[in-house]
Design a protein around this ligand. Sequence first.
Ligand code: ZN
Length: 208
Amino acid sequence: METGGTLPPAASLSQVDIAPDTKDWTWVLERTCQDCGLDSQAVPGRVVADILRSAAIAWQGVLGRPEVRTRPDSSTWSPLEYGCHVRDVCQRFDARMSLMLTRDNPDFENWDQDATALAQRYGEQDPAVVAMELDDTARTFAMHLDAVTGDQWLRTGRRADGATFTVDSFARYFIHDVVHHLHDVGSDFDPGRAMGWGPPGRSTNRSE
Ligand SMILES: [Zn+2]
């Protein structure tokens, strides 16, 4: 069906459904993501808050782009839609971490990310409002991550598909999502710099 002539006009692209992302992304906890370059095993949970605050600033730039509503192609979200998603991911993961810290091995409610995008009409939201909301939810979650100490990092929670996380792996899994979507929208965000590692290739500690 890749005839090229049947695509809807750009203005109506936001009305077209995008194929749901059904991949299980937990592999990012075990190996480096070749797309965004993040090696989440090298990210201690305690620095996730710092990366999140830096990433939230990068998202402000993305959401201020003139072409923020434009999908690069008919099967990829626009930067605005990705921004809405990341805002909601921050909120959802914050709530889940709160459950992990207050209950023993809680089950997470299922969250259909793609259904949420359609139901909340991500593509029609106001980019300036989304930028403010993303900044707010990211800072709030970062503050809660800052407050995690000691054995709290080892507390557990379980996703509907049976995947079990500790607060530590949950935080590292989460930050990959935020960083990966910056890669998706073409940002040059460097998580290593946010962690104080300096620009890629300039580190003297990690190359030995
Ligand atoms: Zn990635």
